[in-house]
Ligand binder design. Structure first.
Ligand SMILES: Cc1cc2nc3c(=O)[nH]c(=O)nc-3n(C[C@H](O)[C@H](O)[C@H](O)COP(=O)(O)O)c2cc1C
Ligand SMILES: [Mn+2]
Length: 487
């Protein structure tokens, strides 16, 4: 099944699948919407289309990503690992042997070639064009999410810039605090590609912001790609169809033609003001701090545009599923660099950066420590505060089993690595901002070369006895426990 072509195609799909509720009652985008959504997300509930938002004519779509099932619907797959397999196929492309493999190889190469964004002459996102004094962010149902938030925030944007030094495009999801009808902040955290484009800017940096995209392109804006890779190419690859772009009305940048709403504008060199506080995905308010100011030169939209939003806060919130998609989709890329990694898990409670659990095929002394350092050196994973390493037969998603290994296998004097390095800018725990301590826990088995006594064998029942008990289960008359297969 092809992924949805645009936001309204996606809304129709959600509705057909019983995954969307239209809310006709008037809802205030100031706090009330958050409380409704937070309860819905935490109950595993549906996407919500608020059709009657106080103070705005536009409907507000929220919780489109809030469950694993909706995430899979967005990508047109059964399991998120299926997306990863398609990527792995391309990453692991080997010289083909024989005709059949050559044809298959060509298909894979074509899927890459077809991923490049394509320029078109017209886009639905420009049915309405407001410039100059007509620009008015008050038209949009922008949410103020939490009581301590300093203002309303645009929370689900795809922010487009071009690196003035290399000419490569970047798309990232960065919250935007509304300042007035024609200005917002741009919350580019220090480690992000958008911030790097900004640091490299000349006098002015053009910025385009797409709101209301097909779900795969919207997800791609949150994906932690290396700086030189255009997120729109990933979107094209994952969709199996290129992202179509039209030239902006007041800027040189191209914008996704299928967007519901586009904000065009610029950032002036050196112009900073104090942004925040904002109730963030850490579960705490991030403090007020200086960030760049974004000036709008145009607001373009569809005639009947839908405004998309997301609420972050104490985990689990809707963004948990964007994070889980990244965890699954990036496993093959992680394995390209660190092939001994079997699987990994970023616990939702760890807000993406606080904890990584990784299982490895351990082959030599210190191997777990080598993997910790690899993670601390890899892309956005480098911001991970703690890394727990377990053996290959341990499922990193089974937190109870991981905790058992940590308790059972760690000698705190020998198996704890304390380091320091860059940390997520939003992490309030370290003494300094964006820099602090790292914790590694080696919960793998240890060998004599690591200075241990002989490592004991783990207890396992024999397969014969298990099979026997499975067969005979009904004879025992024990209702409260079950044979393996029935569980
Ligand atoms: C809902 C949501 C909100 C986000 N808000 C911000 C933000 O305000 N600032 C930021 O730097 N990153 C934010 N992120 C994370 C970035 O989108 C993510 O790190 C992405 O990889 C950035 O793109 P880049 O690597 O091209 O800079 C947010 C992610 C999500 C899912
Ligand atoms: Mn990027």
């Amino acid at each position: 099944m092809a992924p949805p072509a645009d936001l309204r195609d996606w809304i129709a799909l959600l509705e057909r699948e019983g995954e969307l509720v239209r809310v006709a009652a008037e809802v205030d985008p100031d706090l009330e919407a958050t409380e409704i959504v937070d309860r819905t997300v935490k109950a595993g509930g549906p996407a919500l289309l608020f059709e009657n938002v106080k103070g705005s004519k536009l409907p507000l779509l929220i919780n489109q990503f809030g469950t694993e099932r909706r995430m899979c619907l967005a990508f047109g797959v059964e399991r998120l690992d299926d997306v990863a397999e398609r990527l792995e196929d391309v990453l692991e492309l080997q010289p083909p042997q024989g005709l059949v493999e050559k044809v298959r190889g060509l298909k894979k190469l074509k899927s890459i070639a077809d991923s490049m964004p394509k320029t078109v002459s017209r886009g639905a996102c420009q049915e309405v064009v407001l410039t100059g004094d007509e620009i008015d962010l008050d038209l949009l149902p922008i949410q103020r999410c939490w009581p301590g938030d300093s203002a309303p925030f645009i929370t689900l944007p795809a922010v487009i810039t071009i690196d003035p030094r290399t000419g490569t495009r970047n798309v990232g999801m960065y919250r935007m605090q509304k300042i007035d009808r024609r200005t917002t902040f741009m919350h580019w955290q220090i480690h992000k590609d958008g911030a790097a484009d900004w640091r490299g800017m000349g006098e002015r940096l053009e910025v385009a912001v797409a709101l209301g995209l097909d779900p795969v392109t919207a997800y791609s804006a949150s994906a932690p790609l290396p700086k030189h890779i255009d997120e729109l190419m990933l979107a094209g690859f994952l969709r199996g169809e290129p992202v179509e772009l039209v030239k902006g009305k007041t800027i040189e940048l191209e914008v996704p033609a299928n967007a519901e709403i586009v904000l065009e504008g610029y950032i002036e060199k050196g112009e900073l003001a104090v942004e925040g506080p904002f109730g963030d995905h850490t579960g705490y308010y991030s403090p007020a701090e200086p960030f760049p100011v974004f000036h709008l030169t145009a607001l373009t939209m569809r005639r009947d545009a839908v405004y998309p939003s997301i609420v972050v806060g104490k985990p689990p919130a809707e963004d948990a599923w964007l994070g889980k998609a990244t965890e699954r989709i990036f496993l093959p890329a992680l394995r390209m660099t660190v092939p001994e990694i079997v699987d990994y898990d970023l616990p939702v409670a760890g807000a993406f950066h606080n904890c990584v659990i990784v299982s490895i095929r351990k082959a030599y002394p210190g191997h777990a420590k080598k993997v910790m350092h690899a993670i601390w050196g890899l892309g956005m994973l480098s911001l991970s505060k703690s890394v727990v390493v377990v053996d290959e037969h341990v499922d990193p998603h089974d937190y109870a089993d991981v905790f058992f290994r940590v308790c059972a296998n760690v000698d705190p004097k020998r198996d704890v690595v304390l380091g320091e390095g860059p940390l997520d800018q939003l992490d309030h725990a370290p003494t300094l901002e964006a820099y602090g301590g790292k914790l590694g826990l080696d919960a793998t088995h240890k060998g004599p070369a690591e200075g241990t006594r002989p490592w004991p064998r783990e207890i396992e029942m024999s397969e014969e006895v298990r099979a026997l008990v499975d067969r005979r289960w009904s004879e025992y008359g024990i209702a409260s426990a079950r044979p393996r297969d029935a569980s």
